[in-house]
Design a protein around this ligand. Structure first.
Ligand SMILES: Nc1ncnc2c1ncn2[C@@H]1O[C@H](COP(=O)(O)OP(=O)(O)OP(=O)(O)O)[C@@H](O)[C@H]1O
Ligand SMILES: [Mg+2]
Length: 241
């Protein structure tokens, strides 16, 4: 089973705040999806609901539509440009994030400088992100990509640690979930699979709680819950379940 040295450092990186770095709690309630605690980060006129964005969008629905279109565009481009034998690097991951959100947010492709938690769970402290990402590249991306397994279990075992470790770090100000799912989907394509259907994970409820739990389990290098989720998504994409 895959194992990496990151857990040893997680004691230091997770859940600790730094006196010079502001913290913010983001929640997934629809009305709060883009919520930020800091007024200085909000798009004027959005009543604190939306982060400053290059399109000056102030309505949640409009932002959701713009982000969805941007995601579809990025996926369409990446499907054509990522090769089956491509080993993903940190600059590839930044580029995926930039392709996705670069038309909407100035910070696309750059690491966040605020601490973030969701549902009370803190992701890596902002000060630790550059080092955490370097270790993620060396110990996870280089070892587990590209994906070339045909067997579903083996493929899910390869994709799950990448997905979960990336989400634990949560390197960007937003768009981490979709970037992680895009990377996982590209990995499945590399292995000749028709992608991963994540649509069973809604933004709340039992399935979402299971997804959040699978991320938390990675703190102890337990990737089995995430592996089961990825396997289910692989099977759904093949219309097998
Ligand atoms: N309570 C939680 N514990 C751990 N991880 C969480 C929790 N809530 C959400 N997450 C993770 O954070 C992601 C959301 O992070 P972020 O807002 O940066 O990404 P997004 O792409 O904008 O959002 P979404 O994934 O909701 O479309 C979720 O997809 C999930 O992976
Ligand atoms: Mg978000």
């Amino acid at each position: 089973m895959f194992s990496c040295g990151l857990p040893n450092r997680k004691m230091v990186w997770w859940g600790h705040t730094h006196p010079h770095i502001r913290s913010t709690e983001n929640d997934l309630k629809p009305s709060m999806k883009y919520h930020t605690d800091a007024r200085s980060e909000c798009e004027p006129g959005s009543r604190g609901r939306i982060l400053i964005n290059l399109k000056h969008i102030t309505k949640v629905r409009e932002l959701e539509e713009a982000e969805l279109a941007a995601y579809m565009n990025a996926e369409g481009t990446l499907v054509k440009t990522v090769s089956a034998d491509q080993r993903f690097s940190l600059s590839d991951v930044d580029e995926i994030h930039r392709l996705f959100l670069g038309g909407i947010y100035a910070w696309a492709g750059s690491y966040r400088t605020v601490n973030i938690s969701k549902g009370g769970f803190p992701f890596a402290s902002a000060f630790a992100i550059p080092q955490a990402m370097k270790d993620f590249e060396r110990e996870v991306l280089r070892v587990l990509t590209p994906c070339n397994r045909v067997d579903e279990d083996a493929l899910a075992a390869q994709i799950a640690p990448v997905h979960a470790e990336f989400l634990l770090i949560h390197p960007y100000r937003g768009g981490n979930g979709r970037t992680a799912r895009l990377l996982a989907t590209l990995s499945a394509y590399q292995a000749g699979m028709p992608g991963i259907d994540f649509s069973f994970i809604k933004s709340r409820g039992k399935e979402f709680d299971g997804y959040a739990h699978a991320i938390h389990a990675a703190l102890d290098a337990d990737y089995r819950p995430m592996q089961a989720i990825i396997k289910r998504g692989l099977r759904l994409a093949q219309r097998l379940t």
